[in-house]
Design a protein around this ligand. Structure first.
Ligand code: ADP
Ligand code: MG
Length: 210
């Protein structure tokens, strides 16, 4: 869709995780893949900011041991580029029986639980509405840059919201979608790739019966 996403690969075991990290480039993040695992931080299923092969190997072993000790299986490792900067924001989609797909944007990561600073919208979403949603969160000043911080790429956030609105409008089998966090960084210089990117995405799909 053109939504920037941190580079990633799924690895079946430690050797594959090392190969994936080499391809992706250091530093990387390793997340355990385990049946039924949804809240990875709470389950201590994430090892952040790994700078070398030795650190990735150690992280894979630590995740495997931790899960085994809890009686759970690690079926693989999700290896991901470590994003270097950005405000944690959230994009969400849920389905309302009357309104259809409901979009949400706000401050993400742990902030969403503490501040609940989110704004909702419904599809179809006009560009002016996307712009309004992003600017209506209470924390928009954080994104605009306080105390000399560079402003986040707000035009990109609006674009992501519009793309997700388009996606769920055209694929009704997507009943729930969460991008949390989408790291909102400063706009890139001309010709550079976006520094902002999605680092955690969850989609719930329900087959449609038409
Ligand atoms: P979960 O939401 O299941 O706990 P996440 O994948 O969202 O797991 O990771 C939890 C937190 O770890 C994120 O909110 C973010 O702060 C950090 N994080 C996760 N992946 C990355 C990444 N690739 N780059 C930088 N930070 C990350
Ligand atoms: Mg998350």
């Amino acid at each position: 869709l053109g939504v920037p996403v941190a580079r990633w690969a799924v690895a079946a075991d430690r050797a594959e995780a090392l190969a994936a990290a080499r391809r992706i480039g250091y530093p990387v993040v390793v997340k355990a893949i385990s049946p039924g695992l949804v809240h990875k931080s709470e389950a201590k299923a994430i090892e952040l900011d790994l700078a070398s092969e030795a650190e990735v190997a150690r992280a894979c072993d630590a995740l495997s041991h931790r899960f085994a000790a809890a009686g759970l299986a690690v079926s693989g490792f999700f290896v991901q580029e470590m994003a270097q900067s950005g405000h944690e924001t959230i994009f969400g989609v849920s389905t309302d029986p009357r309104f259809g797909p409901v979009l949400m944007f706000g401050l993400g990561g742990k902030y969403v639980e503490v501040f609940r600073d989110v704004v909702f919208g419904i599809t179809p979403l006009a560009p002016s509405e996307a712009s309004e949603i992003v600017r209506r969160i209470r924390g928009v000043k954080l994104l605009e840059g306080v105390r000399g911080d560079a402003p986040a790429d707000i035009a990109l956030l609006e674009m992501v919201l519009l793309k997700l609105a388009w996606l769920v409008q055209h694929f009704p089998e997507i009943v729930e979608l969460d991008v949390n966090p989408f790291l909102a960084a400063a706009a890139p210089a001309a010709g550079e790739p976006a520094a902002s990117k999605a680092v955690d995405v969850r989609v719930r799909v329900q087959p449609t019966t038409t």
